[in-house]
Design a protein around this ligand. Structure first.
Ligand SMILES: [Zn+2]
Length: 310
């Protein structure tokens, strides 16, 4: 049996998969936000109960919201104090007496798509999550590329190309939570899109009340209804995203780019974006398939379980 945990900012999801990759158990509990021992207690309770229920010693994989310090193997999870600075792998292995694999949650999401998902037949797959932030992951031959600092695939924190500021001179230079400036995430996440809409509302109409400051789904609805500010916002949003994906193509030349997160349902990512990416790559390059993730909300926990799948 394959056990997967998806530890998020508010909940822990636990699933058990059999060798046919069918989910045979799933439960969510609130995540202990402050107390690390309480969090470990919650994990090993799930594990030992599943061992009993399925009469096995399941293989354990965990997805977490952050990055790993490559020198100490401790987790950097600024949004989850109970996990931040802890060596989860070591501590849980000691408690449960077996190996534990841990991975960044975006990497787990991508791995899930490589097994019977949108990236099933891809040698090189890129996954991009457009949610609160912009997450990313690279899988090569169904294996996560972690990188020297466990930082591979952190596309959300690439600075957008200077040509974007040339093409859209009004575009503001932004400050990112990572300490950088004009990171992709500050324009192309759900939060970034809302900020971009507010910016153009002020830029075009001269004012933006609280009710007028639309969020993701409402901006897309306004765009579909041909509202001028939304049309401008989305055209810049897609151009920035196209330039970022074009740059990634020039590095990795992937077979597929899979979108996840709340904005992944936006049609234009599949209808308009492929054409727009062409402006940023060699003219002879074929644009890879752009696909919506097939496992959606389940991807994180499924990918965590798949960390041990051969
Ligand atoms: Zn950043």
């Amino acid at each position: 049996m394959y056990y997967g945990f998806d530890i998020g900012g508010t909940k822990i999801e636990f699933s058990v998969y059999n060798t046919a990759l069918e989910c045979v158990f799933n439960e969510r509990i609130p995540v202990p936000a402050e107390d690390y021992e309480e969090l470990l207690d919650a994990l090993d309770k799930f594990i030992f109960e599943a061992d009993k229920q399925f009469e096995c010693k399941g293989l354990v994989g965990i997805g977490y919201p952050g990055v790993m310090d490559s020198e100490t193997n401790t987790l950097v999870c600024s949004n989850l104090p109970s996990l931040h600075g802890q060596n989860l792998q070591n501590d849980l292995e000691k408690r449960i007496g077996r190996d534990v694999k841990v991975q960044n949650d975006a990497n787990c999401f991508a791995l899930s798509e490589c097994f019977r998902g949108a990236a099933e037949n891809a040698d090189v797959a890129i996954a991009v999550t457009l949610g609160t932030g912009v997450g990313g992951a690279i899988c090569i031959n169904k294996t996560i590329l972690s990188g020297h600092n466990f930082g591979a695939g952190e596309f959300g924190h690439m600075a957008i190309p200077g040509t974007m500021l040339q093409r859209h001179p009004e575009l503001p230079v932004t400050h990112c939570g990572c300490g950088g400036h004009s990171c992709l995430e500050t324009y192309c996440s759900g939060t970034g899109l809302a900020a971009l809409y507010k910016f153009y509302k002020l830029h075009i109409d001269g004012s933006c009340s609280e009710e007028q400051a639309l969020k993701g789904p409402d901006i897309i609805a306004a765009y579909n209804a041909n509202e001028a500010v939304a049309v401008k916002t989305i055209s810049v949003f897609l151009d920035i995203l196209a330039s970022a994906l074009g740059n990634l193509m020039m590095i990795l030349d992937p077979d597929v780019i899979v979108f996840g997160g709340g904005l992944a349902r936006f049609d234009a990512l599949y209808t308009k974006l492929p054409e727009q990416i062409k402006a940023y790559v060699f003219s002879n390059m074929k644009i890879p398939a752009l696909k919506q993730a097939e496992f959606g909300g389940e991807g994180g926990v499924r990918g965590a379980a798949l960390l041990n799948y051969k």
